[in-house]
Design a protein around this ligand. Sequence first.
Ligand SMILES: [Zn+2]
Length: 116
Amino acid sequence: MHEVSIALGMVDELKRIAKENNAQKINIVTLRIGKLSGIVTDSLKFAFDAVKLEHPIMSSAEIVINEVSLVYQCDECSTTFETGDIYFPACKKCASYNLKMISGEEQDIENVEVEV
Ligand SMILES: [Zn+2]
């Protein structure tokens, strides 16, 4: 499962963040996951909840996932729009396919709440 390797990578990142902040415990982890990132958010949450148990510093951490919408800007008319069409999105104003992605591919740690 793709999501397990992502969760493991996040655990490493969280351990680094905890160390930098002299944290005793990680309470809440907020992630930003784009609709086009290919990540199934439920699977990621499940994977994270499993791997966190091996790390006392985050074993009780809550994971919050903010899904980031797919947003494009049209190169022809500069309209910015949100779409659910991940395959063939077209500009909502002029129907052009000449688009630039603004958001939707995120897979980041947005915020970490720690106890020091
Ligand atoms: Zn347009």
